[in-house]
Structures are given as structure tokens and as C-alpha cells.
Design a protein. Structure first.
Ligand SMILES: Nc1nc2c(ncn2[C@@H]2O[C@H](COP(=O)(O)OP(=O)(O)OP(=O)(O)O)[C@@H](O)[C@H]2O)c(=O)[nH]1
Ligand SMILES: [Mg+2]
Length: 197
């Protein structure tokens, strides 16, 4: 996307049928964008939209991933993956139980900074079919040290809020890295030059 604004790559992953595709298509096609939602030319599982967060526009690129973590081709084509949305369905306990394994699979390669992760407890509209409580979602989020949103891709409850939160975290991370980089450069310029005697 060559829009000149910051572009953030968010991997959406979760067990089969939890609502990854509906969430991505609803969010990118919900009429709140300045850009036409579109698939990238070579992969129909990537959807883009523009999003205004704290008065700044950005492009959000959603990678609707298969269940198997961060596929190599995604990692190379979308590097960096700025954040991972781990999705389970509150109507499907097995999908909830799969989250910790998926979290492991989507962790940064060794030595890299941990990826930003957000937990999405989807299908919260289907109260009558609920198998995973709100409390259990919170406990898992505490364990994974991330935030959790109960979402509904069907009614769009909390979907916008979740992506806004992800964008804020990505920006905070980038600002921290910039500050750390600047501090590192100042320290380096103060440190004595190597002397060969
Ligand atoms: N009630 C309800 N149904 C949902 C919600 N999100 C998705 N669904 C339904 O769940 C089914 C699976 O949704 P998908 O978006 O295809 O799920 P997926 O995770 O992309 O599935 P795979 O691509 O097969 O892994 C569809 O029938 C959706 O309409 C939701 O928030 N609430
Ligand atoms: Mg799908």
C-alpha cells in the first residue's frame, strides 16, 4: 500500500471457524475507511483499510492466517509483523485451549523483541452457546501478559476498539524504540574513541 502513511501488519490467527475471516472482512469493509478495502494482488487473505487513531491515519494490513502460527512466507513478505491477534471463540472451548500453543508458535524468533499480542474472545453475541467465560478469558490474558477483548465479528461489538488498541500499542512500541535508539546514539557519541597507542 503506497499511501505515505504508516502501515501496520497484524496477523490474525486462531483455530478453524473462530471468525478470523468474518472479523477481517467486516473490519475492513465496515464503511469507516478512507481507502477502499481490498485484497493484496497476490494473496486474497490480506485485507487493508485506513484507520484513524488519536487523530493520525494509518494503514492496517490484516493477514488472515491459517492456524499454524507465522508461516515463513508471511514472515518474509510482511516483515515486520507488528502484532498478533490471537482469536478464540467463546462458543468453542477447544479453540480457547489452543491459544497457548498458538501463542508459542507466533512468538518472535529467538533474540527478537516479543511481538505485541492481543487476545480476541470472539462470538460474544452468541451468549446461549457460550462455553468459555469472560473470567477465563481474563485469566488467560493475564498469563500471556496481554489485553483481551470480547468481540463479535457478527455485530461488530468491540472490533473497532480492539484494533485501535493494537495500533496504539504498535505506536507506543515504535516510539520507545526510537527513544532507545536515540539514547544509544548519544551514549555511543559520548563514549571514548578507540585509541591505538
Ligand atoms: N454468532 C457469530 N458467528 C460468527 C462470528 N464470527 C464468525 N461467525 C460465524 O462462524 C463461522 C466461521 O467464521 P469464519 O470467519 O469463516 O471463521 P474462520 O476462523 O475464518 O474459519 P477458517 O478460515 O475455516 O479457519 C461462520 O459461519 C461465521 O458467520 C461472531 O462473532 N458471532
Ligand atoms: Mg477463514
Amino acid at each position: 500500500m503506497s499511501t505515505g502513511m504508516d502501515s501496520y501488519n497484524i496477523l490474525i490467527t486462531g483455530a478453524a471457524g473462530v471468525g478470523k475471516t468474518l472479523l477481517a472482512t467486516q473490519f475492513t469493509g465496515d464503511g469507516m475507511t478512507d481507502l477502499e478495502p481490498r485484497s493484496s494482488a497476490d494473496d486474497d487473505h490480506v485485507l487493508c483499510r485506513a484507520l484513524r487513531v488519536d487523530n493520525r491515519m494509518c494503514a492496517v494490513q490484516l493477514i488472515d492466517a491459517v492456524e499454524s502460527g507465522v508461516p515463513d512466507d508471511h514472515e518474509s513478505r510482511f516483515r515486520p509483523i507488528h502484532a498478533v491477534a490471537l482469536i478464540y471463540s467463546v462458543t468453542d472451548r477447544a479453540s480457547f485451549e489452543r491459544i497457548e500453543a498458538l501463542h508459542e508458535l507466533t512468538r518472535s524468533p529467538r533474540g527478537g523483541r516479543e511481538r505485541i499480542v492481543v487476545l480476541l474472545a470472539n462470538k460474544c453475541d452468541a451468549a446461549y452457546r457460550r462455553e468459555v467465560s469472560r473470567e477465563e478469558g481474563k485469566m488467560l490474558a493475564e498469563k500471556l501478559e496481554c489485553v483481551v477483548f470480547e468481540t463479535s465479528a457478527k455485530t461488530m461489538q468491540n472490533v473497532h476498539a480492539a484494533f485501535v488498541a493494537i495500533v496504539r500499542q504498535i505506536r507506543e512500541r515504535k516510539e520507545t524504540e526510537l527513544r532507545e535508539g536515540a539514547r544509544g546514539m548519544r551514549t555511543a557519541s559520548r563514549s571514548p574513541r578507540c585509541l591505538i597507542l
